[in-house]
Write a protein that binds this ligand. Structure first.
Ligand code: IMP
Length: 417
């Protein structure tokens, strides 16, 4: 049995949290494989709000083990804060996961400022600088917390080697005493959870344990296949789960793509179906489209079947979940981009310079209300037609439809599970 995978197929914030939360109850192990505390969702459990940024959503299932894989960049400060919300923590952290320090956040913010009007609109969490350090082989891994004297010295050497750059962007080197104090706390709190998670996973899969892989962000924010440079710094697509956990492609089971019934994006960069007028405002209001991590208002627009089809192929989606269908309640007309006009021709794929396309829309008749529907039969015909059209356009079976934030307000249409 392979590890099942949940992946966002738009620009993130598709509602993966609800699906993972729904499914996590059926799995023994839930893993994060990329990204860091730039991700985030809030789940309400027994009336108590729990904010998750780094810890996988399986934490809400007392029987599941949660893994933070080697592909994740971990801010020890943010992780420790998040851990405080739980009395019991079934958590394992890869010794190979890279660390985000406060100076990465400072570098992130300084770089954004320097970019001026070309800013990416990052979350300011230090994600890009931490991954840059990893790739340029000057990053630090969690396993290094075992020898904090050595780690502190390496960090100070790194500051010395890059002094002119740090001076130019106004980032100060920490003092050794301050650094040691910080590392001492990180090491004491986190090391008990640090292990070789790859061997752990191999062993678990061999024993037939059920494993769920939880993607963060979305396909169009993938460092290779997204709207570069307006992307995050990791491989958000399903393939990222292999490198980010030490799994082989053969270890991956069912892949579930998550999309909203419309589209949103935070940060800058191309967004062909963006609605800047009344419809966009209405989607934002009805969908409460404000970021969980940064509180920023999300840009809103229509469902883009071109990118969804592309993302489904890239990720190898076996099925798709359509979230927040109820947000479209009351719209008279609903639009879907079915192809693009690009260099005077109609194309059915997203070119790498996505800012140069014009969407070609098909219009659908709206419906009054789907909010709270729990069965396919409860959906008005117009909503059923909309879902069937999305299936045809994305060449992917839609097996789950969400009609409100509540767990129960979900329609299952018999996917592979
Ligand atoms: P970074 O990941 O903070 O470097 O930000 C790069 C881009 O990815 C920005 O446009 C962010 O708004 C976007 N981004 C990062 N994390 C998320 C997320 O969890 N949801 C949606 N967008 C995200």
């Amino acid at each position: 049995m392979g590890a099942d995978l949940i992946v966002g197929i738009q620009w993130g914030d598709e509602g993966k949290g609800k699906v993972v939360d729904l499914l996590a109850q059926n799995y023994d192990i839930v893993c994060r494989y990329q990204g860091g505390h730039n991700a985030g969702h809030t789940i309400v459990v027994d009336g108590k709000k729990v904010a998750l940024h780094l810890i996988p959503s399986g934490i809400l299932n007392p029987n599941a083990i949660n893994i933070i894989g080697n592909g994740v960049v971990v801010s020890p400060k943010a992780l420790i804060e998040e851990m405080k919300q739980f009395d019991q923590l079934n958590l394992l952290i890869s010794d190979k996961a890279h660390l985000i320090f406060s100076y990465h956040e400072e570098i992130d913010k300084a770089r954004e400022k320097l970019r001026g009007k070309n800013a990416i609109g990052t979350t300011g969490r230090g994600i890009g600088p931490a991954y840059s350090d990893k790739v340029s082989r000057q990053g630090h891994r969690i396993g290094e917390l075992k020898d904090i004297e050595k780690l502190a010295q390496k960090i100070l050497d790194y500051f010395r080697a890059n002094k002119s750059y740090f001076d130019a962007i106004g980032v100060k080197s920490p003092s050794k005493i301050q650094l040691l104090q910080e590392l001492q706390e990180y090491s004491k709190t986190l090391l008990p959870f640090v292990t070789d998670t790859t061997s752990y996973l191999w062993d678990a899969l061999k024993k037939g344990k059920r494993v769920l892989l939880e993607g963060a962000q979305g396909t169009m924010l993938d460092i290779d296949h997204g709207t570069y440079p307006f992307v995050t710094s990791s491989n958000t697509i399903s393939a990222g789960a292999c490198s980010g956990l030490g799994l082989s492609p053969k270890d991956i089971g069912n892949v579930i793509g998550i999309a909203k019934a419309y589209c949103t994006r935070v940060g800058n960069g191309p967004f062909p179906t963006e609605e800047l007028g009344e419809d966009g405002d209405r989607l934002r209001e009805q969908g409460k489209e404000f970021g969980t991590t940064t509180g920023r208002a999300r840009r809103c627009g229509w469902f883009d079947a071109v990118i969804a089809r592309y993302a489904s192929r890239l990720n190898g989606c076996d099925e798709m979940a359509i979230m927040k269908l109820d947000v479209l309640d009351g719209f008279e007309k609903i639009k879907v981009a079915t192809s693009y006009l690009y260099n005077g021709q109609e194309v059915d794929y997203p070119p790498s310079d996505l800012e140069n396309v014009t969407p070609v829309y098909e219009e659908f008749k709206g419906w009054e209300k789907v909010k709270g529907a729990r069965k396919w039969e409860e959906l008005p015909k117009e909503a059923q037609d909309y879902i069937k059209a999305l299936e045809d356009l994305t060449l992917t079976k839609i097996s789950l439809i969400s009609t409100s934030p509540d767990r129960e307000d979900t329609i299952f249409r018999g996917g592979k599970r």
